[in-house]
Ligand binder design. Structure first.
Ligand SMILES: Cc1ncc(COP(=O)(O)O)c(C=O)c1O
Length: 499
């Protein structure tokens, strides 16, 4: 947060890797826009005159003028004749008035006041609860982003051309709401071989994402006003999905073994399902131990509940073999398994899937047909080829190796530069490191301070329900090179230690 315009902050942001391909005026414009959206440049702040900024940045005045023109056109800044340019007063309004006006962390639920839109009570509650903002650029330390810069797009393109040729006009027509058969077969084979699942292609439903799967679970399994059990701390996307169906979300604590099944057994709320991330608990990184898994399954069977297993990044397990999924251990068929290609391939693909117990297949497919019909055919058939030809497994293997190396780099950098500020327990897998703040450091202040250095931190405490909230951050590292990780950790440490 700046009361004055800080040139260094703009320069740092202009150096972000994802802006590297853009023209100079676009880099200035995008960096300023990001600083405004992050709350670093506050509403009403006077911006430097174009000539003076151009001199400071060693570029032509026209370049800065184009950037300002675009920012003005998009409503980020206002230009007053004879007075100069200012950050728009309206742009930051929803963020203003918050304690210390902290910068917006990654993927934060952003609530936008909507008056007089004639929304339903449910619609208004959804808006009031806030949406999910995905990070759309590569940036330290955005969470949930895989390596995308080296994705084998040439192979993908070739397979897509082949699929178009082989399936001809049929891919241009509507597809099966359950998903294209070749892809469902490929997913079932993969899950059985690599994740220890026990499923047939007829149990697979191809969707756009984990979030769509959770939305369907909320719609189909929980009545309005009825309870649902969620891990605490836990994934806010799951909470949002259930809250938007007007369910009552009840937190169940997680310990070093995973979700506490003693608390599940003590639950008398009448909840029909529990949401869990057993392979790699979000955000603590804990792997649910076998005994706990079996106990969870027994509990679900005895009390007739559903287990919703979100297996979002289990492929990336670095020490030993990844644990088999709960679905494969569950001989009572009480588990609804959810997977996503957004982490193993790339998030822009928008493809995920569910492996459902038989009785749930028809209801889910029907609900899905109402929601959005089906997933794009050509993408599904290309992905099926990608899996059948072995590219998927080799890509996952290569990424696992790459991320394991990046995990070492980030842990080492944290140890070297952030000792005394955070401790980072070594995660066994995944694409992010949870960092626990040492006493005396405020989560909110550190997030705000990091934003001025161009570093995004996702706060840990807001992923908790109830009184006890662990302050800290979740640092995503999978999409960053070793150099970018080290440089950003150093930049962060310098910003935090600045007197
Ligand atoms: C625990 C968890 N599940 C699911 C997702 C999102 O998956 P998708 O983009 O497929 O909705 C995320 C995203 O980071 C996540 O952290």
């Amino acid at each position: 947060m700046s009361k004055t315009f800080e040139l260094e902050t703009l320069k740092i942001r202009m150096g972000d890797a994802d802006l590297g391909q853009l023209d100079l005026h676009q880099r200035v414009q995008r960096a300023m826009r990001a600083l405004i959206l992050d709350g670093v440049l506050l509403p009403g702040l006077k911006l430097p005159a174009t000539r003076s900024l151009a001199d400071s940045l060693d570029m032509a005045r026209d370049t800065v003028e184009s950037a300002y023109t675009q920012l003005h056109r998009d409503g980020f800044i206002v230009r007053r004749q004879g007075s100069g340019s200012y950050v728009s007063e309206t742009i930051g309004t929803p963020l203003r008035g918050r304690a210390s006006r902290c910068a917006r962390p990654l993927e934060q639920e952003r609530s936008v006041p909507v008056a007089g839109a004639g929304l339903s009570r449910r619609g208004q509650a959804i808006v009031d609860g806030g949406g999910i903002t995905d990070q759309q650029t590569i940036r330290a330390f955005a969470t949930g982003l895989p390596e995308t810069r080296t994705f084998p797009t040439d192979v993908w393109e070739r397979l897509q051309r082949q699929a178009l040729k082989d399936y001809r006009a049929s891919v241009l027509l509507h597809g099966d709401p359950q998903g294209a058969e070749p892809l469902r077969k490929a997913i079932a084979t993969y899950l059985n071989l690599e994740r220890g699942a026990k499923v047939g292609a007829e149990q697979i439903v191809v969707l756009s994402s984990t979030r769509q799967a959770l939305f369907l679970c909320a719609q189909l399994l929980v009545d309005a006003g009825r309870p649902v059990l969620l891990e605490n701390p836990g994934y806010f996307g799951a909470r949002k999905a259930f809250e938007s169906a007007e369910a009552k979300v009840l937190p169940i604590d997680v310990d070093a073994q995973g979700i506490r099944t003693d608390l599940l057994r003590a639950d008398r709320s009448g909840a029909t399902c529990v949401y869990v991330t057993p392979s790699h608990q979000y955000p603590t990184g804990v792997t649910m131990q076998l005994e706990r898994r079996l106990d969870l399954i027994r509990w679900a069977f005895e009390s007739g509940r559903w287990i919703i297993e979100d297996d979002y990044d289990s492929e990336f397990h670095y020490d030993g073999m990844p644990t088999a999924c709960v679905q494969g251990l569950d001989k009572y068929a009480r588990t609804i398994y959810i997977g996503t290609f957004g982490k193993t391939l790339y998030p822009g693909l928008r493809m995920g899937y569910m492996a459902l117990p038989q009785p749930l297949v028809r209801p889910f497919v029907q609900a899905r047909s109402i929601m959005d019909g089906h997933t794009p055919q050509i993408q599904q058939l290309t992905l099926a080829r990608f899996m059948e030809d072995g590219h998927y497994n080799s890509h996952v293997r290569a990424m696992r190796k790459l991320y394991a190396g990046r995990r070492e780099v980030i842990l080492e950098s944290i140890g070297k530069h952030l000792a005394g500020i955070v401790t980072a327990p070594r995660p066994q897998g995944g694409m992010q490191v949870p960092c626990l703040l040492e006493p005396g450091w405020s989560e909110e202040d550190t997030i705000r301070c990091a934003a001025t250095a161009g570093v995004l931190l996702q706060g840990l405490s807001r992923l908790y329900a109830g009184e006890h909230r662990q302050p800290g951050w979740l640092l995503g590292y999978a999409s960053l090179t070793a150099y970018e990780i080290e440089a950003a950790v150093l930049r962060l440490a310098n910003a935090l230690r600045k007197p």
